[in-house]
Design a protein around this ligand. Structure first.
Ligand code: HEM
Length: 147
């Protein structure tokens, strides 16, 4: 319950500004693994990472990711209701050529964004709470991989 409080409390502010926080997250992601940019078929339309991250298609994906996180935060008490959606989302990413290992980098980037945005509010307990929730999301998406 403490974990849920930490997540809800911190998302209250961040969730109101999804796009800018999502951009911080994806800037970090593409810094950690620039090759991920190429998985977006529309990445040919941009020269630099910052270019890409200001294009409408990329902003749309950033927004989609933030909305999935938003849904998870809203469903902390019944995350299983998102299971079908997340399984399907996983299989869509398999089709897009995203490897499950790359999702760990998204998690790292999420924590990076939280640290930057929450500053002194970013505590070890808060970090662990977010990591636990994100791990459930990714585990479900990864189960969506058709073997
Ligand atoms: C769709 C790439 C992580 C949520 C897509 C698409 C690509 C993609 C290429 C299809 C084209 C598009 O809609 O833009 C990636 C890469 C990731 C990543 C490279 C990082 C490794 C995530 C994560 C989430 C997410 C972590 C959510 C937690 C979505 C959603 C869609 C999508 C909601 C739309 C699916 C649909 O069409 O129904 N992603 N993605 N993505 N992605 Fe990601």
């Amino acid at each position: 319950e403490k974990e849920k409080e930490l997540i809800r409390g911190s998302w209250e502010g961040l969730g109101k500004n999804k796009v800018p926080h999502g951009i911080i997250m994806f800037s970090r992601l593409f810094e950690l693994d620039p090759a991920l940019l190429n998985l977006f078929h529309y990445s040919t339309n941009c020269a630099t990472t910052q270019d890409c991250l200001s294009s409408p298609e990329f902003l749309e994906h950033v927004t989609k990711v933030m909305l999935v996180i938003d849904a998870a935060v809203s469903h902390l008490d019944d995350l299983h209701t998102l299971e079908e959606f997340l399984l399907n989302l996983g299989s869509k990413h398999q089709a897009a050529g995203v490897h499950t290992q790359s999702f760990a980098l998204v998690g790292e980037s999420l924590l990076y964004m939280l640290q930057r945005s929450l500053a002194q509010g970013y505590t070890a307990a808060l970090r662990q709470a977010w990591l636990n929730m994100y791990t459930i999301i990714v585990a479900t998406m990864s189960r969506g991989w058709t073997k």
